[in-house]
Design a protein around this ligand. Structure first.
Ligand code: FE2
Ligand code: FE2
Length: 389
């Protein structure tokens, strides 16, 4: 790392920060998203797809293959619901750590532009959360008559992965780590600055998938008429592209204006990166693009299939679920491919940063996810679940 300097001495980085903030202010989608959310009625877009076909729950699995046109629409719309329910969880954490990190960085001379950027982004996340929750909740009520993927609003210390591979001890440990990270980042400029490395990494997969989701609106024959949830995907993607830029500039460029990290600071940041690997160590055939743990989703999938709207009988639902979670199919290979792409992009995002550990640089933990392992895990877990179901 180079000799610490004032951020204002690094004219190129300051220019990047200001440009990103100014452009984000000009194209801020908050009012548009709020208006879209207020206008949403499920009945208006009940008979339309909201995402490209591949972004439907269980796409390419035996459940998808046997679904009729109406059931496929339900899986497509519930993908939106499930996907953005996970994004809500991530954005609640983002708001909190934007604020603790801004506190840690505001103590450094010249860092106002960084903190102003974070204030705007946090306000945008609140609009995103409101939109996702409103639309997802109304959609579940209409299709399922109950909540399956959405959840009551909660604080930033909860487990980020909504359907993750966790247990009571792991969840407790995670809460403790998040609280500690909040405290440390609010009083340490390097840790605060490198929260944005963790945030950038976590956003990379989102960027990949959300780009695809936003295309559904953009490529529609008449985008004006596309369903409101498709428009929200697009508007959200516009806001998030600025957030990703700021993550990258703060973690990769602004860091050069801080003193080189101590061993402790490096350790804390690498723990954060390791936590990201842990959260992303599985792929899911239920929802390609979110790294949920499929055994945690069996109850939810069963609830969808046997809902009045979807209409499967118990025996048919169980037989299709067994085929989906114990056999190889296009769905699991598509999910594995998305995971591999995300993993490559994580590795290249971390490339060239001297303080990143070899384990994080090589993405050792995310690298263990394979179709064979997914099959073995799900065969075991499904047999246990089936015995109770
Ligand atoms: Fe967002
Ligand atoms: Fe964001």
């Amino acid at each position: 790392m180079s000799v610490p300097a004032l951020l204002s001495d690094d004219a190129k980085t300051v220019r990047k920060l200001r440009l990103n903030l100014d452009r984000n202010k000009v194209q801020d989608q908050t009012a548009t998203i709020d208006a879209g959310t207020a206008a949403f009625r499920y009945a208006d877009c009940a008979d339309r797809a909201w995402n490209p076909e591949g972004y439907s729950l269980l796409w390419g699995t035996p459940i998808w293959d046997s679904a009729d046109a109406r059931q496929r629409l339900i899986l497509n719309q519930l993908y939106w619901v499930a996907y953005y329910s996970q994004i809500v969880s991530a954005e609640i954490a983002t708001i909190f750590f934007n604020q603790t990190s801004a506190a840690g960085l505001y103590a450094v001379e010249d860092f106002r532009v960084v903190c102003d950027t974070l204030d705007l982004e946090s306000a945008q996340e609140r609009a995103h959360i409101a939109a996702f929750r409103t639309i997802a909740g109304a959609t579940e009520d209409a299709i399922l008559g109950r909540r399956v993927f959405t959840w009551p609003l909660r604080g930033p210390y909860a487990e980020t992965m909504v359907f993750g591979d966790t247990g009571p001890f792991r969840a407790w440990w995670k809460r403790l780590q998040l609280r500690t990270f909040g405290l440390l980042s609010s009083g340490n400029a390097f840790i605060a600055c490198q929260y944005f490395l963790v945030r950038g990494l976590r956003t990379l997969n989102g960027k990949l998938v959300q780009h695809q989701l936003s295309q559904h609106h953009l490529r529609a024959d008449d985008p004006e008429q596309s369903p409101i949830p498709s428009k929200i995907s697009y508007w959200h993607f516009l806001d998030e592209s600025y957030h990703f830029n700021s993550s990258t500039v703060i973690s990769h460029d602004v860091v050069r204006s801080l003193p080189a990290p101590t061993a402790f600071e490096r350790h804390v940041v690498n723990l954060g990166l390791r936590g990201c690997q842990q959260d992303h160590r599985h792929f899911s055939a239920t929802i390609n693009g979110i790294f949920w743990y499929d055994p945690a989703l069996y109850d939810a999938v069963y609830a969808v299939l046997t809902s009045p709207g979807y209409g499967l009988a118990r025996a048919d639902a169980l037989a299709l679920m067994e085929a989906t979670y114990t056999q190889e199919h296009a769905g699991v290979h598509a999910a594995a491919a998305t995971h591999a792409t995300a993993r490559d992009s994580y590795a290249s995002y971390l490339d060239g940063l001297a303080f990143v550990s070899a384990e994080n640089r090589a993405q050792t933990i995310t690298g263990r996810a394979q179709v064979a392992g997914w099959l073995a895990t799900n065969r075991r877990a499904f047999a246990r679940w089936r015995a109770r179901a």
